[in-house]
Design a protein around this ligand. Structure first.
Ligand code: ATP
Length: 440
């Protein structure tokens, strides 16, 4: 078996995603809608698994982090306090003739690359989507779609702290949709206007933020490796002091080697007490913490790992892709970590022979309540193995004519392609042991 380790082209992944039902262009029958994507039957499983793996590591396996799920629509003052109304702007240029817009720092010439006309002078453009709450469309009922999930955490700091009685250091985690009216979108799921985030605000005693910042940088990098991303395709990039947001005492990006080059996958920021203090001053409510040990009230400092869910899904797809040669034939295999793979098990009757179908369906029904699984009886067994390889299913269970006599099936491993005979009575336990051994 030979492995091709080259970074795969984006086009290859986009086409595999469409062909196999991972990701479709949004509103495709209307010609598509710019830079928006719909997750298909396999994509929704993949994305849910990425979210579950994050939740497991960030919430379930820890006693110092709890979760919330805040609303997308929030009080408009939230975005004044956070600075998004005043500062969430990209300077933009617009061309005279056709109104094409570009980020000022993304254009090199004086003329529009689309139509050749001159640019008007650059102006600020706020990236928040604006709408109105209720039937009237006045200035008084303007609301924004949240551009990040983090603020829903900050405004609930007091509620969570008092109801859970957590002591510092502790964290609040959240996953959900965010919206940014990005000027430049593209690279498939990498930059879109509607996307999901997985963010966690870790509240710490002032003075301890550096050690937690170092801790979370490593912890988050390790998470990607734990769930199957090759370490050589990941790196940490620490910001220079002049790149830092005014409130940040340190920021590091976890970068991935995307087909277009090293780019941000997740950001880890030491945010001082900026957010809680801002909400305290805009809301007039105290957001301090009472430290039993020192008998002091203070506003905690915050370290935030902020990951884009869709970017993480894209990384899982890009990094899993392999083209291998097996006995002179090419096979495409998605080497997803089993926890991330959309289906864990595929049940395949050796052929469509009517004697095999009842037992194969019985085996499928046996497996289905325990693992996300699929059943496939179309075309030759070899082609069906290849189809499961191409969507990354770790185990194929084959029911053959011998199964009718010995009540056993063959379990084939996606990566080694080794095959073992397993009694049907032991099948669920066997698959469970195999999956547990991979950390799934
Ligand atoms: P970028 O510089 O790529 O625009 P950012 O630094 O503005 O990203 P953050 O505000 O730190 O991003 O958001 C945290 C994470 O959310 C990013 O690391 C990224 O994974 C994800 N993210 C941000 N904007 C988008 C987007 N438009 N589409 C998809 N994911 C995004």
């Amino acid at each position: 078996m030979s492995e091709d380790q080259r970074t795969v082209e984006m086009e290859t992944i986009v086409s595999l995603c469409k062909r196999r039902g991972f990701v479709f262009q949004s509103s495709e029958i209307y010609g598509g809608f710019e830079s928006t994507w719909d997750y298909g039957p396999l994509g929704v499983e993949l994305k849910n698994n990425v979210k579950r793996a994050w939740w497991r590591a960030m919430v379930q396996e820890r006693d110092d982090i709890v979760g919330i799920d805040a609303a997308i629509l929030m009080h408009p003052r939230v975005w004044e306090a956070s600075g998004h109304v005043q500062e969430f702007n990209d300077p933009m240029v617009q061309c005279k003739e056709r109104g094409h817009r570009f980020r000022a720092d993304h254009v090199e010439s004086e003329r529009c690359p689309e139509c050749g006309s001159e640019f008007l002078p650059p102006r600020q453009f706020n990236m928040m989507f604006k709408t109105h709450a209720g039937p009237a469309e006045g200035d008084e009922n303007v609301v924004f779609l949240r551009p990040e999930t983090a603020q829903g955490i900050f405004v609930n700091f007091e509620n969570v702290q008092t109801t859970t009685r957590k002591k510092l250091p502790f964290g609040i985690a959240q996953q959900g949709k965010s919206f940014r009216n990005e000027v430049t979108t593209g690279n498939f799921l990498f930059r879109t206007r509607e996307f999901e985030q997985m963010e966690m605000e870790f509240f710490v005693k002032p003075g301890t933020e550096q050690e937690w910042y170092d801790y979370w940088r490593n912890e988050r990098l390790d998470w990607f490796v734990r769930f199957g991303v090759r370490p050589e395709n990941l790196r940490l990039r620490e910001y220079d002091p002049d790149e830092l947001a005014h409130y940040s005492s340190g920021t590091t990006d976890i970068e991935y080697l995307f087909p277009m080059g090293w780019s941000e996958l997740e950001g880890i920021a030491s945010r001082t007490d900026f957010d809680l203090k801002a909400h305290q001053s805009y809301s007039g409510k105290s957001l301090t913490y009472f430290d039993d040990e020192t008998q002091e009230h203070y506003v905690p400092y915050v370290v935030e790992p902020a990951c884009g869910t869709d970017r993480a899904v894209l990384v899982m797809l890009l990094d899993a892709y392999r083209e291998e040669e097996v006995k002179g034939e090419k096979r495409i295999v998605m080497r997803f970590h089993p926890a991330i793979a959309p289906y864990k098990v595929a049940v395949l009757p050796l052929s469509r022979n009517e004697r095999l179908a009842p037992l194969a369906k019985e085996v499928a029904a046996l497996v289905r309540p325990h693992f996300m699984s699929t059943y496939d009886d179309a075309q030759s067994i070899g082609r069906r193995y290849r189809r499961q390889d191409e969507i990354g299913t770790p185990y194929c269970v084959t029911v053959d004519f011998e199964s009718l006599d010995d009540n056993a099936v063959t379990v084939r491993d996606r990566d080694s392609m080794s095959q073992d005979r397993v009694e049907i009575a032991d099948l669920v336990a066997d698959l469970r042991t195999r999956l547990a051994a991979t950390g799934a």
